[in-house]
Ligand binder design. Structure first.
Ligand SMILES: Nc1ncnc2c1ncn2[C@@H]1O[C@H](COP(=O)(O)OP(=O)(O)O)[C@@H](O)[C@H]1O
Ligand SMILES: [Mg+2]
Length: 313
């Protein structure tokens, strides 16, 4: 696992976690008291929920953290019965150092309401020996009897500066050749998801280029799409179609993503309203057909043909 960077560079202690300042402070306060309440870590993917649960356990238990920490997953198809059995086995024995044990249930919002009610009863039963930490993407999918018995922490997306600074530490450790600009692009493409950012960096390779970044992110450079649209507007439908096929085939970008990028590029182009408005209308129609499930290549080719007609007017 160590060659997967998200694992290799996962912070081990609370102090090394990026962002989530308020949450870190609260958790460190718990560590200083040597006790924690049941917790819910709620928020989007890749922002440090699992990392905080692990780091909290390390900070509280030190060396023996692994024998005091149980990780389970709510989307595990075997369901609440497996959870019950595993919790029972784990919580039965007292923690070696006389403290409590931590049970981390990842993706708790994947459990049905019935399963969550069962979970709440399990929680009550083992309250003396165990603390539960739940993670979820959507707090409103957690039943209120659980919410009311836990301290809720709302995790935020990681801002671009923090993402870049985390990436810089990895770049340094791995001695990759890159520049600030590339890291900025990765941060933008990650939308606040630090796991995604680290994965893009690793996939983009040792000699990072703009192209390798967009490739790694499963995306295409905005300039490339813009060039295709400009070519169509200039009336060269055939060349624009070649560009489209390249984006669809070589880059493997979905029709939905391409139409979004076409929309953005036309929106930001300097064009008269007589051209821009009909263009946006055609793009909207195309988007609608794609949502309805029409063949992306046929729809996008037809859009490019319409764009080149509008261009010729
Ligand atoms: N706040 C953070 N600080 C540092 N690294 C982070 C942070 N959030 C995510 N990461 C990186 O992304 C990976 C996944 O983070 P994780 O905590 O599992 O996210 P999730 O919120 O989905 O549980 C970590 O292994 C780490 O490399
Ligand atoms: Mg997680």
């Amino acid at each position: 696992m160590e060659d997967v960077w998200t694992e290799k560079y996962r912070p081990k202690i609370l102090d090394d976690i990026y962002g989530q300042i308020f949450i870190k402070d609260r958790l460190k306060f718990f560590v200083s008291k040597g006790n924690i309440p049941h917790c819910i870590f709620s928020g989007p993917a890749g922002v440090g929920k699992s990392t905080c649960a692990l780091a909290l356990a390390r900070d509280i238990f030190g060396e023996t953290w692994q024998s005091n920490f149980l990780e389970l997953n709510g989307s595990d198809e075997r369901g609440i019965e497996t959870i019950r059995v595993k919790v029972k086995d784990f919580a039965r024995t007292r923690s070696l150092d006389g403290k409590f044990k931590i049970i981390f249930l990842d993706e708790a919002d994947a459990l049905t309401r019935d399963a969550q009610h069962a979970l709440r009863r399990i929680m009550e039963k083992y309250s003396r020996t165990a603390r539960f930490i739940f993670s979820c993407n959507y707090l409103n999918r957690i039943i209120s009897p659980i919410q009311s018995r836990t301290a809720v922490f709302r995790f935020k997306i990681i801002n671009d500066d923090e993402i870049v600074s985390k990436l810089q530490t990895i770049v340094k450790a791995e001695t990759i050749k890159t520049d600030e600009k590339s890291l900025d692009i990765i941060a933008k493409l990650s939308n606040g998801d630090l796991r995604k950012a680290v994965n893009i960096l690793q996939t983009a390779g040792e000699n990072i280029s703009k192209e390798s970044i967009y490739n790694a992110a499963g995306s295409v450079e905005p300039e490339y799409v813009k060039k295709m649209v400009t070519t169509a507007l200039a009336g060269d439908f055939n060349k624009a179609r070649t560009d489209l096929n390249k984006i669809l085939m070589d880059y493997g970008i979905s029709g939905d993503d391409i139409i979004k990028q076409i929309h953005e590029s036309v929106f930001s182009m300097e064009l008269s309203n007589e051209k821009k408005l009909p263009l946006l209308e055609k793009i909207g129609e195309c988007e609608f057909r794609l949502i309805e499930g029409s063949n992306p290549r046929i729809q996008l080719e037809s859009l490019l043909a319409q764009i080149s007609m509008i261009g010729k007017k």
